[in-house]
Design a protein around this ligand. Structure first.
Ligand code: NAP
Length: 263
């Protein structure tokens, strides 16, 4: 197993991405902590992981709350003997389906400021322990929109671009301690694109694009004519978190099915 004896915390662990990553980490032998604001949804994922034989616990916390994030990381590191992997997959309150021309500044800026605060706080909390240990992997998820300009996605592209830049900054400051920082750059994830998550794209929305039409359009924009699955996100996250990926830092795992060709 890739992650035997590792302790991994997944912020947003009840979400589509967070749960997929947590499942893969647990399957590869990690002790997984699912962190989020709602215990009921965290418990559902934890029950499923435990049912499959995984070692899992939950923690109710807001990733925007500096003290809560620090206290949880400190207590976890003390109890578990360290933190080996930190993955932040929370959602940032993006608004899609309206042109910037009509968008209130707050709707544009919310995902950027939320992502920067949550990612910075959770990365710093883990990094303080990982630097003492001399090892650890910090990870985030972005999407093709970090590199592609797509209309009517508000602050999402800027948010992902900023997360990738933040990862590079952390990586250059943590590399000397043996700590790696990586991000997964994906296509839109069809299993995670519910009409709730992207209401502006639902039938009868301002743009009139149905979920199926959105997915078909995204598929056509890739070289492989397909989109990334949640299981694939989990599999690659587990590999990156493992020692098999030891030389990788300040790097994206490009899971865009060719939507964003590497240079
Ligand atoms: N869906 C896609 O196609 C796609 C593609 C690429 C990248 N991404 C990115 O991947 C991330 C996760 O997406 P998803 O589809 O998995 O979202 P999701 O299903 O809505 O899950 C997000 C999770 O984050 C938790 N959360 C939100 N705010 C939080 C906070 N302040 N503190 C702690 N937990 C918080 C939520 O639970 P509580 O509200 O209960 O806390 C929820 O469980 C997002 O940043 C998204 O932009 C998504």
């Amino acid at each position: 197993m890739l992650l035997e004896d590792k302790t991994a915390v997944v912020y947003g662990g009840a979400g589509s991405v967070g749960a997929a990553v947590a499942r893969a980490f647990a399957r590869e032998g990690a002790r997984v902590v699912l962190a989020g604001r709602t215990l009921a949804t965290l418990d559902r994922v934890a029950t499923e992981i435990a049912g499959a034989g995984g070692a899992v616990e939950t923690a109710q916390l807001d990733a925007l709350d500096e003290r809560a994030v620090d206290e949880h990381a400190d207590a976890l590191a003390q109890r578990a003997g360290g933190i080996d992997v930190s993955f932040n997959a929370i959602r940032y309150g993006d608004v899609h389906g309206a042109p910037l021309l009509e968008m209130p500044f707050e709707d544009f800026a919310r995902p950027i400021t939320t992502a920067m605060r949550a990612q910075f706080l959770t990365m710093r909390a883990a990094a303080r322990h990982m630097t003492r240990q001399g090892s650890g992997v910090i990870m985030a998820i972005t999407a093709a929109t970090a590199r592609l300009a797509i209309p009517e996605i508000g602050g999402t592209g800027v948010t992902f671009d900023a997360i990738e830049s933040l990862c590079r900054q952390w990586a250059c400051e943590l590399g000397g301690y043996g700590v790696r920082v990586l991000w997964l750059q994906t296509t839109g994830l069809p299993e995670a694109i519910t009409d709730e998550v992207h209401p502006a794209y639902g039938t009868g929305s301002a743009t009139g694009i149905t979920r199926a039409e959105l997915i078909a359009w995204m598929e056509r924009s890739t070289m492989l004519n397909r989109l990334t699955s949640l299981a694939e996100v989990g599999n690659v996250a587990a590999f990156l978190a493992s020692d098999r990926a030891a030389p990788m830092t300040a790097a994206a795992a490009n899971l865009t099915c060719g939507q964003v060709p590497a240079r």
